[in-house]
Design a protein around this ligand. Sequence first.
Ligand code: PGA
Length: 258
Amino acid sequence: MPNKPLIVANWKMELSHKAALEVTRSLKSLAQHTKLGAEVVICPSYPSLEAVGKLLGESNQWQVGVQNIHWEERGAVTGQVSILQIQHLARWSIVGHSEQRALTGETEEEIQKKVALCLKHGLAPIVCLGEDEQERADDQTVARITYQVKKLLAGIDRSALSKVVIAYEPIWAIGTGDTPEPSEVASIMLLIRKIVTERFEEEAARRLRTLYGGSVTATGAKELAAEPGVDGFLVGGASIHPLEFLKIIENFTTHYVS
Ligand code: PGA
């Protein structure tokens, strides 16, 4: 059985609260008569979480996630948000997004702690990893991904893995309009599954959902969906445009092969 497709919208800090509600309403009404064929997770900024969740309604089709959590449950950490403050509002959390890593110097150890917190409190972590432009130029992509996946797997057991999603997001592709060849994405998905097989076994690797993220568009979605091992997308820029986002979902689900 193929994995259930998963499409995640990362709205970043792009929308005002009012605009977030407008986009949500528009998404819901445009999708009203469509069978989406994928789980869709919307990740707005914290202040819009509750309202967006209410507009989307409780279903397995539409879910809500956060873009980040702090790696501690509580403490004197001005300006940060703990999982204890949002766990009643979200079912997912993006973890280790490259923009967050760049902003805070987040380490793989802190990412491990965030994943552990998500699993402890019932949120499914969407763990982002990927090489930067220099690493790609230096032919270090495989080394980078291997390091990051091994670090992630070191902190979890086999049953926890079933709740984790990995998003391969080459940093140079985020928000730039540049994308890797679909076959390159497929080979990274294969690499991730090989590392998971070595750590656990093949079935765990097969069931793991792996997403691609970085300048995803409706056009690119078709080709990527047709590559083995791509179970969905983490979509940034295009996800705040309801028509384009729904087209991405549709194009993905109609071409999905894995
Ligand atoms: P992008 O962002 O689709 O705008 O490249 C993806 C992401 O940052 O998750």
